[in-house]
Unconditional design. Structure first.
Length: 217
């Protein structure tokens, strides 16, 4: 989506893509407005124990969390009701439900397990939240687990449908230590890992003059 000003740069939209495996049809949530900032926190995953010489030992990649705020506003859609009937009738309930669904197990599985429990069956299937991919430009696509959502509904229409919402989101990056090799998210993470190595190499080549100043003669 680009600006109306003809010379303005084309701005990519970030978003979330969720798969309830084994289903391959995703739930796609495109950010209406990209967050102004993304806070990333990396924490060393230490190996623990060990003797002399093991001070730099790690137990896999660092634990990484991301947090950001999404602003969602229905004003633009409500100005053209003939083209946005869903928003006119429901406000922002659909996008809120899609965001909340990132933390829920699949509804059909929940109903099936409840029916089995009522019938006295000992075996029920494990309930898992969707696999979520955070898409933040072509160089940052990461499998994440949504840890928390804080939803602030700030304005409502005449039917009390929310029409302006602010969502604070926190997510943990899932790594090759968290995902099975058969999970598509495993390969998404490994691709991101490779991308990070490439970017670090570019930094080295781009700072050759500075590196020469650091090295002893």
């Amino acid at each position: 989506m680009s600006s109306d000003f003809p010379r303005s740069p084309r701005v990519m939209k970030g978003g979330l893509v969720a798969y309830q495996l084994p289903e391959l049809t995703p739930t796609i949530i495109v950010y209406q407005y990209n967050p102004d900032e993304v806070q990333r926190k990396l924490r060393l995953r230490g190996g623990g124990g060990g003797g002399r010489g093991d001070s730099n030992r790690v137990n896999g990649p660092p634990e990484e969390t991301l947090s950001f705020t999404l602003d969602i506003d229905a004003a633009d859609q409500l100005e053209v009701p003939s083209e946005n009937a869903i928003t006119v009738r429901n406000g922002l309930h659909p996008v809120i439900a899609a965001l909340e669904g990132l933390l829920y197990p699949p509804y059909p599985l929940v109903i099936a397990n409840e029916a089995l429990a009522i019938a006295g069956t000992a075996f029920i299937q494990g309930e898992q939240a969707p696999m979520v991919l955070l898409v933040w430009g072509p160089r940052r696509v990461l499998p994440v687990q949504i840890d928390s959502l804080s939803i602030r509904e700030q304005a409502f229409d005449q039917q009390l449908n929310p029409i302006r919402v602010q969502v604070e989101m926190s997510a943990s990056v899932q790594t090759y230590r968290d995902l099975d090799i058969t999970n598509p998210g495993y390969w998404v993470y490994m691709s991101s890992f490779t991308q990070k190595e490439v970017m670090a190499t570019l930094n080295t080549f781009g700072n050759r003059t500075g590196i020469q100043g650091l090295l002893p003669l």
